[in-house]
Ligand binder design. Structure first.
Ligand SMILES: C[S@@+](CC[C@H](N)C(=O)[O-])C[C@H]1O[C@@H](n2cnc3c(N)ncnc32)[C@H](O)[C@@H]1O
Length: 418
């Protein structure tokens, strides 16, 4: 064990001593110590004993909130399903109603001591079944673990990512957490998760990809470099996925632009009808980015050249506030058919292979990173017919960022009218 790891270990031992004290003996200094030092066991114990406990750097959690906040209404209902020591609560809106779930007893106790405004519940997140309720589900779920649920804890037979064997339901943690998030978010609510890159292609997560494609609008996929989790001893490449749960009134429609051409095969313009490509009404151009510098290198040394504390994530936030994620300098690419043989659902992620047109063009245009591009999904601005809740039919552009909000508003006005 190296010096940094030894220090982490000692800080965690001290943290466990603090949380085991009676509440009236825990001082403000103790709570400050927990806030600054508790990191749980990720990267400190041999694989298989870490519970997927790799905590997120604070500026990454802040970035995810920075891009979501302008889209939220007041006093949003927030779920952090695997809260760890609460980095996602640190940056949540101050008026949010927060529910935080955590399996590990020490982490749950640490978070409940630091974040008094949150309702912290210790236990298996998947058993928390408040469905169609939250405006935001946000976090970094455990990866590569097996979630197990006793049959006596409830009927999970309609879950797509759990399999029933003997007296238990079992599933791959990142897939089960995605399904749990989709169930927990209300229609029109957002899900923002950090996920392993492998979610894009692993056969064990196919069901989760299908679920996303069949229940959510894709908003953004932002790849993070391996160094992101350097501080907790792992170099696993990850990505931020931001999606929005569709309202039941949104129908899947065929992509309107029919001609597709790849930069690699310049002569080969093909008719994309053959791919059977469909997206939900209101699916806006999807934002993709790859961060090449997270603020430190693989040894944890700062890469902040200007000493201003800003990282590439701050540059990306500008994309979200300027022109609604469609900047003229972002390369528009016709829908991401690059992995279409794997199924339409791969469009949420397929750029993980780093060989699509958008990625290549973006990486040439911004050689220092971050690379940013977008996929046009439904089309290149053609108009399509949209049937509103009151039966009237209107035209909407396939590049209209207000359309999605209108679909959500239509759904709630219709519900209110019943
Ligand atoms: C990758 S860490 C992330 C923690 C925190 N969200 C963050 O980003 O810093 C995953 C967390 O999930 C917790 N966890 C693992 N399985 C869980 C389960 N079934 N229910 C709730 N929490 C769980 C682990 O203890 C760990 O704290």
């Amino acid at each position: 064990m190296g010096k940094a790891q030894r220090e982490r270990w000692q800080a965690n031992v001290k943290s466990m001593e603090i949380v085991s004290k009676p509440r009236d003996q825990i001082t403000d200094d103790d709570i400050r110590f927990l806030r600054e030092n508790y990191t749980s066991i990720g990267g400190l114990l041999p694989k298989g004993f870490n519970g997927g406990a790799f905590f997120t750097p604070t500026h990454v959690a802040k970035f995810m909130w920075d891009v979501l906040k302008p889209r939220l209404t007041q006093a949003p209902k927030v779920l952090e399903p695997s809260v760890g020591s609460g980095v996602f609560l640190e940056h949540a809106p101050s008026d949010a109603e927060i529910t935080a779930l955590e399996l590990d007893q020490t982490s749950a106790k640490v978070t409940s001591l630091i974040y008094l405004q949150a309702n912290v519940i210790q236990g298996n997140a998947i058993l928390h079944n408040r469905e169609n309720y939250y405006d935001v589900v946000i976090g970094n779920p455990p990866y590569g673990e097996t979630v197990e649920i006793d049959m006596s804890d409830g009927d999970f037979s309609d879950w797509k990512t759990l399999t029933k064997r003997k007296d238990k339901y079992r599933g791959k943690s990142e897939a089960v957490f995605i399904e749990h998030a989709i169930r927990s978010a209300k229609p029109g609510g957002y899900i923002a998760f950090i996920l392993p890159k492998g979610i894009a292609f692993n056969s064990q997560t196919q069901k989760a990809r299908e679920l996303l494609f069949n229940t959510c609008w894709q908003v953004a996929t932002i790849m993070l470099p391996g160094e992101t989790f350097q501080h907790v001893g792992t170099t696993i490449p990850t990505q931020i996925l931001i999606v929005r749960k569709v309202t039941p009134n949104a129908r899947k429609i065929k992509a309107v632009t029919k001609r597709w051409g790849s930069n690699f095969r310049r002569s080969d313009w093909s008719d994309i009808d053959g791919f059977g490509a469909e997206f939900f009404e209101g699916q806006t151009p999807a934002y993709f980015a790859k961060v090449t510098d997270i603020g430190w290198d693989e040894k944890g040394r700062s890469t902040d050249k200007w000493g201003d504390g800003l990282t590439q994530l701050d540059e990306l936030v500008d994309d979200w506030t300027d022109g609604n994620l469609t900047r003229e300098n972002l390369y528009p690419h016709l829908p991401s058919w690059h992995g279409i043989e794997k199924g339409n659902e791969s469009f949420f992620f397929s750029h993980g292979n780093e060989s699509c047109d958008g990625f290549r063009d973006a990486s040439r245009t911004y050689p220092d990173g971050p690379y940013r591009w977008q996929e046009l999904t439904l089309g290149t601005g053609e108009e399509v017919e949209w049937r509103r809740a009151d039966g009237t039919v209107e035209l909407r552009s396939t590049w209209d960022f207000d359309w999605q909000d209108e679909i959500v508003a239509d759904y709630y006005s219709q519900k209110g009218a019943i």
